[in-house]
Design a protein around this ligand. Structure first.
Ligand SMILES: [Zn+2]
Length: 265
């Protein structure tokens, strides 16, 4: 139902994916979610994304980068390629509204994965090892992000999950982190802009997951507001036409609905 034929690729895994349109069920999911987090993102993606060749994938095993790409592609399909974020100028006494905008396609093209020399795949799916040091690692996934979300030491816990052995010297840790960043670039970045009013340099933290989920939820809220207003309007018209005491049977009497014109101002 409503699957978009357009296929796009997830840069890290190379998976070809397509999306379907969001429906009322996704609107409700977004509106009722307790928080805008990875769990919500994965629930949403499980409903609206599919691998183009029909094969099954557990979305929570994908890298954070691929999940962010999926979310940005989703917002691209819903709102278009141009992304606009509104911020307020932090300049002293300024406070001017600033629009920060960019093209999603260009943004994604800026953060393409690269190759890391001196590493090779291990027998275990998703794990890589360095050839010159006894250290192996895998890319953090959505499942990791959920697992560490409420952990007292999230970074340490992430290392435990994704690096073996976890307690490596700082120099080796930097190598692992650099390799991870090359293989799966972080799409959550600080963006810089300049205030046209006072010239202040404005820095905003752009997190694709937070941004997209908020944007989609606002859209869902807007749709629900519209439906609510329509329902209110219908009731008002009905009440003024049939009188406030009209019964439900009056309201659905067909001739009553067609013989009169209702003008809307
Ligand atoms: Zn300013």
């Amino acid at each position: 139902m409503g699957w978009n034929n357009q296929v796009f690729y997830l840069a890290v895994s190379g998976l070809a994916v397509n999306l379907r349109q969001l429906t009322g069920s996704e609107d409700l999911l977004l509106l009722e979610a307790p928080s805008l987090d990875t769990r919500l993102a994965l629930t949403l993606l499980t409903k609206i994304a599919q691998v183009a060749d029909g094969s099954e994938v557990a979305w929570d095993t994908l890298s954070i980068t691929d999940l962010d790409i999926l979310l940005l592609r989703t917002r691209q399909a819903v709102f278009g390629d141009r992304l606009r974020a509104d911020v307020t100028c932090p300049g002293r006494t300024c406070g001017a509204p600033i629009e920060v905008y960019f093209q999603v396609s260009e943004y994604l093209a800026n953060y393409l994965p690269g190759k890391v020399r001196g590493t090779e795949a291990t027998e275990e799916s998703g794990w890589l090892r360095f050839r010159d040091i006894p250290v192996s690692f895998r890319l953090p996934t959505g499942a990791d992000q959920i697992a560490i979300a409420y952990h007292s030491h999230p970074e340490r816990e992430l290392m435990q999950r994704c690096i073996r052995p976890a307690d490596i010297p700082a120099k080796q840790l930097r190598r692992v982190e650099k390799a991870m960043e090359t293989l799966a670039p972080n799409l959550a970045q600080n963006l810089q802009g300049k205030c046209s009013e006072c010239g202040a340099i404005v820095e905003i933290y752009f997190d694709p997951q937070q941004f997209t989920l908020r944007e989609l939820r606002n859209q869902s809220a807007f749709i629900y507001e519209e439906i609510h207003l329509l329902a209110m309007y219908y009731l008002m018209v009905r009440d003024s036409y049939f009188g406030a005491t009209a019964s439900a049977t009056d309201a659905i009497r067909p001739e009553a609905a067609t013989n009169q014109e209702v003008s809307v101002r």
